[in-house]
Design a protein around this ligand. Sequence first.
Ligand SMILES: O=C(O)C(=O)Cc1ccccc1
Length: 279
Amino acid sequence: MKIAFLGPHASFTQLACSQIFPNNELLPQSSILDCFNAVKNGEAEKAVVPLENSIEGTVSMTLDYLYDFEDIFIETEAVMPIAHHLMIHPNNQNFNKIISHPQALAQTFHFRQNHFKDIETQDFSSTSASAKLVAENPQEKWAAIANSYAAKLYGLKIIHSDLQDFEQNHTKFIVLSKKKNILHLNIPKTSEKTSLIVTLPEDHAGGLHQVLSVFAWRNMNLSKIESRTLKTGLGNYFFFINVANEWHPILSENALEELKSIGAHVKFIGHYHEYLLEG
Ligand SMILES: O=C(O)C(=O)Cc1ccccc1
């Protein structure tokens, strides 16, 4: 099976992907958008992308594409511990710029403030892309923030380890597919959930309260609700909602019916299990 992932090789997403799909053909993509498109166009059967980090929060691009793309569903969610390291080309002694994925730069903000306050930073498409760039440009005095596997693969020297600002640093990765399918893996399972994207009909007092009450009186436990801009104007949002309980078919159908009857638009994103990966 062909699996797209946010590459190049040695990204955190690849470390997650190769644990979820150990014996499959992995197709590195240069952006999260390319991962969604690879599934949409049938170039890959599934894709793995990051959704949320325990320090920095949601990867907003992933949330936006879950809203934008028709018929792309979450099949599973996998949580992996994240450790960041600062690395340079072995021919260099020092550096004048740090490059990495914006999530990695954000997760190491305090470390950088304390140790390298005046050093310029630059966002890059992934941590492994920045490690690769440092390796390919020894004439530039650049450092990358990436994982230890990237340091090894691209021949870089780690000069600071474990830069993440909080000891507990985990990222949730999701598996995308065109099928409404539950992926069963042979690794420890932590929970089961359903994801929905809800948009309210119009701005009126109690609109969100009405939506939430649909779940509340059915005793359906919500484990996440996040608002995200619809990009149609300030103050217009969609709501990404996780229902934590098992998805009881009749109760859930009724809930969806009631949501429709109050004028809310509901997009089903997936019913799936959450697994725990190794770091
Ligand atoms: O850039 C990567 O390696 C990714 O896979 C995205 C990411 C960045 C930082 C933490 C977790 C995932």
